[in-house]
Design a protein around this ligand. Structure first.
Ligand code: MN3
Length: 255
């Protein structure tokens, strides 16, 4: 958020809300170029009084990625009907609902990363749907028809953190199987170390409220809506099958 945006935010909010905005902006600037937040309070310009200027404040918008393959492309591992409903109903709803929440709550973060790093300050609607929007965009992109094997540098990182690919697979499967109810299993990069964990509901490892944190590399949706039509209650069969459709190049690119 620029000084200019802060000035507008201050004009448009009361003092208490401005303090919240300033706190968010402080967090925001720790990962970007340093900005002197306090200057926003004393800076006045003719632009501030312009209604057009208020409209220039960029609001974060979540966008649904284009599915990188046809609905049937991951069969038999994931059936076309499940892909269709999952993408067009579940995921599309998360996208719509988080953008509605951003508008309703006047959420002013500039990026998804900043949204999740401050998610404890927004509503449950924004948190749950923001997670659902991000997590599914991520999920579609780490799968592909035919799968493959981890490329060299990723294989080395997996072996370095888990001893062997088989042990990695065993640990990831356990995380996915033991997530009670709805949630996600994750492989993350935590400052150079790869870690496995899971999150409940639509939470993810980028969220400030998450016990399990890191940069996501691989994700598996273990909500029943992801597998129930084909596998019913057999989550283990869904997970076993899913290992054959991982886009390892996409995972390696995030390392
Ligand atoms: Mn899902």
């Amino acid at each position: 958020m620029s000084l200019y945006q802060n000035a507008i935010a201050m004009k448009k909010t009361n003092r208490r809300e401005f303090v919240q905005t300033a706190v968010k902006a402080t967090v925001l600037t720790t990962v970007g170029a340093p900005t002197i937040i306090s200057a926003a309070c004393s800076t006045k310009s003719s632009e501030e009084t312009s209604e057009d200027a208020a409209a220039a404040v960029a609001a974060l918008t979540f966008a649904q990625v284009k599915l990188p393959y046809d609905y049937a492309a991951l069969e038999p591992n994931i059936d076309a009907t499940t892909m269709d409903i999952h993408y067009n109903k579940h995921h599309a709803a998360y996208i719509k609902n988080v953008n509605d929440a951003i508008a309703e709550e006047k959420i002013a973060f500039a990026t998804e990363a900043e949204f999740f790093a401050n998610v404890s300050k927004v509503s449950g609607k924004a948190r749950n749907n923001g997670g659902g929007a991000y997590n599914h965009n991520f999920f579609w992109q780490v799968m592909k028809p035919g799968g493959g094997v981890p490329p060299g540098k990723l294989a080395d990182a997996i072996n370095g953190s888990f001893e062997s690919f088989d042990k990695f697979k065993e640990q990831f499967t356990a995380a996915a199987m033991t997530r009670f109810g709805s949630g996600w299993a994750w492989l993350v990069n935590d400052n150079g170390t790869l870690k496995i964990g899971s999150t409940a509901n639509q939470d993810n490892p980028l969220m400030d409220i998450s016990d399990f944190k890191g940069t996501p590399l691989l994700a598996l949706d273990v909500w029943e809506h992801a597998y129930y039509l084909k596998y019913q209650n057999k989550r283990n069969e869904y997970i076993t099958s899913w290992w054959s459709i991982i886009n390892w190049e996409a995972v390696a690119n995030r390392l």
